[in-house]
Ligand binder design. Structure first.
Ligand code: FUL
Length: 473
């Protein structure tokens, strides 16, 4: 039995909250950047835009939600208010909203239409509300703005049903001489917990962290257990976008490793803080006609999917509606082929109903055989001697396999630090993958191989190891 230092035992004991577990299952979901910028052709509005400009002629939130569903997404986050302060719902606390627009004679509510469409198509609904508000006069005055923001939050948190996520941007382009608002984050969080207890608070918040760039890249080892200071407001704000012309394209080189033993060794407080990869299907976040030719190709989107959902992060893909209120056919086509590709890639799990043996387990309720069903709550547990533990899968016959999907039972934490996968070829184990973390999900892709036996070997872990999913495609 290995002897683990105290800090490793502590790290192995950190677990997600129920709301984080639910969010994790959302995996792939849409961002919809839509608002006054859609009509002024801008990325960041300055707050002086005339609300009358907002005038979709064919707003179709059902098209948005249906497209998300067909693309394999499980949720949608709408920019209810971006940095320009224009609200997509008729807020009582400002006139800078849809109620001052021509659309539906000022009687419309995009948030309500979008929430209803998500419900109809069976996907989750979330909202983005920008704390940075360039229109509101009280912005920069301290408590008066905090109260205004809480009032607006209360509206969106109470009037549109269950939200799976509230997304707070850390961006602020005021610069050193601009307005300085001291956000009362704790009071915002308290309100969200009270009114939407199941919603995660993403990015400038305690539940889900930003992957650190807008290019769709995540770390090789994306740990969900990290030092607590990654969730502090000052740190998040400092890393957020400060200039509209400089979207963050790369992870800061000093941030490439957040959760290895080296990073957590001297930290007395660790938290469960999983990563989200946010990226736009086009060049910008809002729709611009001259970016119609920048729609990312299917291959690029699939790569991002595998490198995020398949590497212990979630994938938040932005699809910006056009001024008429619909999604452009280029984006639609690409997303429909993405949905079809995902169906093909994960059509039949060949490991289901097979035999899984192990060389050790905690007890009879946690043997290898427990990981081949759909139930993520039934899992294999190594017992307190994980290094060198092996799970051997017998498919019963030879099959062509090019993907293996693994999950840890994250309700018990994240422990696996290094693992390898093998297939049996001519009575020899051939290595297919040699990786680090697994976490909620790791999809290992390799050159197609025809084999009957596959093996997972745990090379290094924190105190013990669990596996709740082992799928072959
Ligand atoms: C950034 C914002 O400034 C962009 O406009 C966009 O909303 C993106 C998701 O976050 O920080």
């Amino acid at each position: 039995m290995s002897d683990y230092p105290e800090f490793v035992r502590y790290a192995a004991s950190i677990v997600p909250s129920e709301r984080q577990l639910k969010w994790q299952e959302t995996e792939f979901y849409a961002f919809m950047h839509y608002g006054i910028n859609t009509y002024t052709d801008q990325e960041w509005g300055n707050g002086n835009e005339d609300p009358e400009l907002f005038n979709p002629t064919e707003l179709d939130c059902r098209q948005w939600a249906k497209l998300c569903k067909l693309s394999g997404m499980k949720g949608l986050i709408l920019t209810a208010k971006h940095h320009d302060g224009f609200c997509l719902w008729p807020s009582k606390y400002t006139d800078h909203s849809v109620k001052s627009s021509k659309w539906k004679d000022g009687k419309g509510d995009v948030v309500a239409e979008c929430a209803a469409a998500c419900k109809e198509f069976g996907i989750k609904f979330g909202i983005y509300v920008s704390p940075w508000d360039r229109h509101e006069a009280t912005y920069g005055s301290g408590e008066a703005y905090n109260q205004f923001f809480r009032n607006q939050l209360t509206e969106v948190l109470t009037n549109y049903g269950e939200l799976f996520c509230v997304w707070f941007d850390g961006a602020c382009g005021e610069g050193p001489n601009g307005k300085k608002q001291e956000y009362d984050w704790e009071s915002y969080y308290e309100l969200i917990r009270k009114l939407q207890p199941n919603a995660t608070i993403n990015i400038t918040g305690p539940d889900v962290r930003w992957c650190g760039n807008e290019a769709g890249v995540c770390r090789k080892s994306e740990w969900s257990v990290v030092p607590y200071w990654h969730s502090t407001h000052a740190v998040i704000e400092a890393k957020s976008q400060q200039d509209v012309s400089k979207p963050p394209k790369k992870i800061n080189p000093t941030d490439l490793d957040l959760g290895s033993r080296k990073q957590i060794k001297n930290c007395n407080k660790l938290i469960w803080y999983p990563a989200e990869v946010d990226v736009s299907i086009r060049k910008g976040w809002f729709y611009h006609k001259d970016e119609d030719y920048t729609v990312k190709p299917l291959s690029k989107l699939m790569d991002i999917y595998y490198n995020s959902v398949g590497a212990n992060a979630s994938f938040l893909l932005n699809i910006p509606p056009m001024p008429n209120g619909k999604i452009n056919e280029r984006d639609v086509e690409t997303l429909l082929s993405m949905g079809a590709q995902l169906e093909i890639d994960f059509r039949e799990n060949l490991a289901e109903d097979s035999i899984m043996q192990d060389n050790r387990h905690l007890d009879e309720n946690h043997t290898g055989q427990h990981i081949l069903n759909d139930d993520l709550e039934s899992y294999w547990h190594s017992g307190d001697n994980p290094e060198g533990a092996e799970l051997i899968l017998d498919l019963g016959d030879d099959y062509d396999i090019d993907k293996i999907v693994l999950s840890e039972h994250i309700r018990t934490g994240q422990q696996i630090e290094e693992f390898a996968l093998y297939a049996m070829k001519n009575n020899k184990w051939v290595k297919l993958a040699d990786e680090t973390v697994i976490g909620y999900k790791r999809i290992c892709r390799f050159k197609e191989i025809r084999a009957q036996y596959f093996k997972l070997k745990i090379k290094k872990a924190r105190c013990f190891a669990t596996i709740s999913r082992f799928e072959c495609y």
